[in-house]
Design a protein around this ligand. Structure first.
Ligand code: ZN
Length: 293
């Protein structure tokens, strides 16, 4: 109780003395914004842990946070496509800025089954932007761009604290470099283009950056059909996949079924973890030696 009260007081005081009220879509963004904004920014998070940013519906209380916000940092996750306009209508003076500005987005790689009846994902139903992989934050190089974008926006809104934000940016960039070094070290004996199997394809940028290949169970946001599962099992064996990575936002039933058939472990890891750096390091560790988990 005492702790709760203290949290409330601290929470209130940071709300009162923060220079900037910001809203972000997902947890890693909150981490990045905290790194640069420190105690000058009061952050409200849209997609709470355990929810998927592909299908999120904001709560009424969160619409109130929008009313008080100076800035909304978007990142290109799916629910933003339908909600950003509503947020802007709700608070016309709120800035909406893309944390992922200047990041080159890649296509979501749909694995090709040997199954000739496998339906191709129809890209023509979406505009270009929406068919691209939105999970940009799992790459250290991308996060450097994100950090710079945050710095730019915060110092525009709150010029007098530019030096403070700059110092935080430099510190965070160092931390990102350290993270990258650790990942490279962990993966140094992993052959290039090694495949790792995932349920939801959220690790594409990580895979690209470290010369790995992500191999997803889900296809076009859908669970595979029983026949496709048979092919996935065959492919997993053929590709000598060592583990299946699943996230708490999704059902693990299919992953467990495939893992059992192939005789490999299921490892839970979310791309939406708050501890961004440790999370990527853990992924690298488990890709290089999944049985040590
Ligand atoms: Zn996702």
């Amino acid at each position: 109780m005492k702790k709760l009260l203290l949290t409330i007081i601290i929470g209130m005081s940071s709300y009162l003395y923060a220079n900037i009220n910001a809203v972000v879509s997902i947890l890693p963004q909150q981490t990045f914004l905290q790194k640069i904004g420190g105690d000058k920014v009061n952050i409200s998070l849209m997609v709470k842990p355990g929810n998927s940013p592909h299908s999120y519906e904001p709560k009424p209380s969160q619409m109130k946070d929008i009313n008080n916000a100076d800035i909304y940092f978007s990142i290109g996750v799916e629910f933003e496509h339908s909600w950003l306009k509503k947020f802007q209508n709700q608070n016309k003076s709120m800035l909406i800025k893309d944390m992922g500005k200047n990041i080159t987005k890649i296509e979501i790689k749909e694995h090709s089954h040997h199954d000739e009846h496998h339906e191709e994902k129809k890209h023509d139903e979406h505009d270009d932007e929406e068919s691209k992989d939105p999970h940009i934050w799992v790459s250290p190089q991308n996060v450097k761009i994100i950090a710079n974008n945050i710095f730019q926006e915060l110092s525009k809104i709150d010029k007098k604290n530019t030096a403070y934000y700059k110092k935080n940016l430099q510190q965070f960039l160092q931390e990102i470099n350290q993270t990258d070094k650790k990942i490279k070290h962990l993966l140094k004996n992993t052959p290039k283009q090694s495949k790792f199997m995932v349920f939801h394809p959220s690790w594409g940028y990580f895979a690209k950056e470290y010369n790995l290949e992500q191999f997803a169970i889900e296809s076009g946001g859908k669970n595979p059909k029983p026949k496709q599962i048979v092919y996935l099992i065959e492919e997993a064996k053929e590709e000598k996949v060592k583990a299946i990575f699943t996230a708490p936002e999704f059902s693990t039933k299919t992953a467990k079924q495939i893992a059992k058939e192939v005789g490999i472990p299921v490892i839970k890891i979310s791309s939406l973890s708050a501890d961004w750096s440790q999370n990527l390091i853990r992924l690298a560790k488990t890709i290089s030696s999944p049985n040590k988990e």
